[in-house]
Design a protein around this ligand. Structure first.
Ligand SMILES: Cc1cc2nc3c(=O)[nH]c(=O)nc-3n(C[C@H](O)[C@H](O)[C@H](O)COP(=O)(O)OP(=O)(O)OC[C@H]3O[C@@H](n4cnc5c(N)ncnc54)[C@H](O)[C@@H]3O)c2cc1C
Length: 353
């Protein structure tokens, strides 16, 4: 593999999911040079997260993006929610917010909106570019990146890990990620349904269970697809990387919906667990962590993506203030202080796996 010369920038953003794209757009808005890289050839087309929560809606509105988010949203609303499936319903109507109802915006559409904004601001994502190593010294951090044209080195003042739950940056920096291993495995699939789809739309949003331990939540995506979030005896035992098959989905739908709907196609699908972990520090010298690279929990509930977007908003203006306006280095430490749980919140360390 050919090694290329060192490229200079101010911020290297590893990962172009919702967190990385938000941060990239914030830095572009402030005129701060950044390189955004992602190992994948394109955006993940799976709907995954389904809800924009009140604070994220406020931030989108601040950036003039809320109208576009509303245009891309699915026309159904709920009045509250939950955090990670905990038995504590959230009622946003008591908050001092203009947007007390979660907005039904699938993650792929929010990411498209963010990447469009980044492009309008002159930024772009280097796709098929994978971070393979990094080094930092007192002045700079160097990212070693494998791309289609070989290995390149990108040197910046800061590197932000937005590289998701299996963060390579976390591994390369040796950052501890304490918490609890997953005990329950579930799956999410974007489906083409047949049968009484109107009935499926009617019952969408309802959680259904079976005596055999199946669980389903069916939601129309407004583009001919339905998102099914589900678990059951077969799914909870499946390997994390095992493909989600039409047979598996069919069995769980039969258990919770009888024969009213069937699966014509599993368009996109993946598995997740209720593993729950959080970095002890969101800042490791010139390397900062945001989104799933910093914290994971059961993704159901719409907060995984929302937390990442909010991390990025918090971090973006601080990096811009340091780099562009010469703010004091200590400003960056307030990112950890503000985005990590408040002191006094009890958290069981749990088993390490
Ligand atoms: C099946 C499923 C269902 C979900 N449902 C919900 C839900 O209902 N509600 C909710 O809030 N959340 C849900 N989530 C979680 C939500 O998707 C995440 O919280 C969110 O994607 C986190 O965003 P992120 O940008 O931090 O990380 P990611 O979206 O994981 O993005 C990380 C990016 O980094 C890139 N990357 C990784 N390693 C490297 C590397 N070495 N070099 C370059 N690029 C790299 C990846 O390709 C990826 O594009 C779900 C997740 C899954 C898998």
């Amino acid at each position: 593999m050919q090694t290329m010369d060192i490229e200079a920038t101010e911020v290297v953003i590893v990962g172009a999911g919702g967190t990385g794209l938000t941060l990239a757009a914030e830095l572009a808005l402030a005129g701060v040079p950044a390189v955004v890289l992602d190992q994948l050839p394109g955006r993940n087309p799976q709907s995954r997260a389904g809800a924009v929560q009140p604070r994220t809606a406020e931030l989108l509105q601040l950036r003039g993006l809320l109208d576009s988010a509303l245009e891309r949203s699915v026309d159904h609303r709920s009045v509250g929610g939950h955090f990670a499936g905990l038995p504590a319903p959230l009622d946003y109507s008591v908050w001092d917010t203009r947007y007390p109802s979660p907005l039904s915006l699938p993650q792929d559409r929010l990411e498209a909106l963010l990447e469009d904004r980044l492009a309008e601001l002159g930024g772009r994502v280097l796709r098929r570019h994978r971070l393979v190593d990094l080094q930092q010294d007192a002045e700079k951090v160097t990212a070693i990146v494998a791309g289609p044209d070989g290995i390149r080195s990108i040197r910046g003042r800061y590197l932000v890990a937005c590289d998701g739950a299996h963060s390579n940056v976390r591994k390369l920096t040796g950052a501890a990620f304490p918490g609890q291993a997953g005990t329950v495995r579930s799956a999410s699939a974007d489906l083409v349904l047949t049968g009484d789809v109107a009935d499926a739309d009617h019952i969408s949003g309802n959680i259904r269970t079976s005596p055999q331990g199946h669980f389903t939540l069916l939601t129309p995506l407004g583009n001919g697809l339905h998102k099914l979030t589900f678990s059951g005896p077969q799914t909870s035992r499946a390997d994390a990387d095992a493909p989600v098959t039409a047979e598996e989905v069919r069995a769980v739908l039969r258990a919770t919906h009888g024969g009213s709907v069937d699966v014509a196609e599993v368009r996109y699908a993946s598995r997740f667990s209720n593993a729950s972990r959080q970095l002890e520090q969101y800042r490791h010298g010139r390397v900062l962590f945001a989104g799933d690279s910093a914290h994971i929990h059961l993704p159901a509930g719409g907060q995984g993506l929302n937390l990442g977007v909010q991390d990025a908003f918090n971090l973006g203006w601080k990096l811009a203030a340091l780099i562009r306006d010469g703010a004091a280095e200590q400003l960056l430490d307030s990112y950890h202080a503000e985005r990590h749980p408040l002191p006094g919140c009890s958290r069981s360390p749990g088993p390490r796996a």
